[in-house]
Design a binder for this molecule. Structure first.
Ligand SMILES: [Zn+2]
Length: 108
């Protein structure tokens, strides 16, 4: 356990705009134990340390400060394409008629 486990840090993160926790490496930090920076999903130190806040806390943090939920996961669509997973886009089943009425494409 480290400082991230304390409720004080979490409280500050949700109550003080711009607050970031100190590096969690403590004595092992090679960057001088600075405050960490938000990287879009967790807090990261220049020494390479990265926080491990649970997803529910991160979600609360993002919601508190209006951070876009998918700021760091934007390329997921392309990742899905690369590995052959069809992205969730067009809904299955009868859809409203598109602007162009091309009845030739009804075949499966
Ligand atoms: Zn560090």
């Amino acid at each position: 356990m480290n400082a991230l486990a304390t409720t004080t840090v979490r409280k500050n993160l949700l109550e003080r705009e711009g607050y970031t926790p100190y590096c969690g490496e403590a004595l092992m930090c090679t960057a001088g134990l600075p405050r960490t920076t938000w990287d879009g999903a967790q807090f990261r130190c220049r020494c390479g340390w990265r926080s491990e806040f649970p997803a529910d806390f991160i979600a609360a943090y993002k919601a508190r400060w209006g951070i876009p939920c998918d700021a760091s996961t934007e390329p997921d669509f392309f990742t899905a394409m690369a590995v052959g997973i069809p992205p969730i886009s067009a809904p299955a089943g009868p859809a409203p008629a598109p602007a162009e009425t091309t009845s030739e494409q009804e075949n499966e």
